[in-house]
Write a protein that binds this ligand. Structure first.
Ligand SMILES: [Fe+2]
Length: 205
């Protein structure tokens, strides 16, 4: 039997091989506050991509975004980071990110500076599970949804479409869970039309 998987959501994964201690110290030294009430994850300002202390990491993110653009043959000159911020779920705090998506963005990334609880993605076609004739399968891989989890592992970067709803589990580990997130915009000439004139030309400031 041949199996066709229709409408998959693409979530590529990359691994950063360099040491992360300096990056962690840089994140710890950034001003952070709680913006996701009633949850208590601490978040920085969204300008870390312009901060010299994160420069080497930003360059690597840009390489990953270029590979993503080329792999999926996207009709844009670049994918530029438009927002980048750090998050800390303190040790034993029991806080997590509430369910959300990233608006004003095409592709988003989560980079794990530490292990900790997973990122939880929600099935974008959840209503299919409301079928009243559903016969439940013992095979979880076939059943699918309503969530999929990606483990937090130090040095791992995942990219996902920004519309994909996600959250993080509540963090009860005995160490801080640290991540850096970013949003990316298509930039330069986008979707060339007749006479190669692009449908948009965007510069991310
Ligand atoms: Fe997010």
């Amino acid at each position: 039997m041949k199996i066709n998987k229709l409408f998959p959501v693409i979530v590529p994964e990359f691994t950063y091989e360099e040491d992360l201690e300096e990056i962690k110290e840089s994140l710890r030294s950034e001003r952070r506050e709680q913006f996701n009430f009633p949850e208590g994850v601490e978040t920085t300002c969204g300008n870390l991509h312009k901060n010299e202390r994160f420069h080497s990491l930003v360059e690597w993110f840009e390489e990953c975004l270029e590979e993503y653009k080329v792999t999926f043959a996207l009709q844009c000159d670049r994918l530029d980071i438009s927002l980048m911020w750090g998050n800390i779920a303190p040790a034993g705090s029991g806080v997590g990110h509430p369910r959300h998506r990233h608006n004003m963005s095409l592709v988003s990334g989560v980079f794990y500076l530490t292990g900790g609880v997973a990122t939880v993605f929600h099935d974008p076609v959840y209503p299919r599970t409301m079928d009243c004739m559903e016969v439940i399968s013992d095979n979880l891989a076939v059943r699918g949804g309503p969530i999929e989890k990606i483990a937090a592992e130090e040095g791992k970067l995942i990219l996902f479409p920004s519309w994909l709803v996600h959250e993080s589990d509540r963090h009860f580990f005995d160490y801080d869970r640290m991540t850096i997130s970013f949003n990316a915009f298509p930039a330069g000439n986008i979707n060339p039309g007749p006479f190669d004139y692009p449908m948009a030309n965007i510069e991310v400031l």
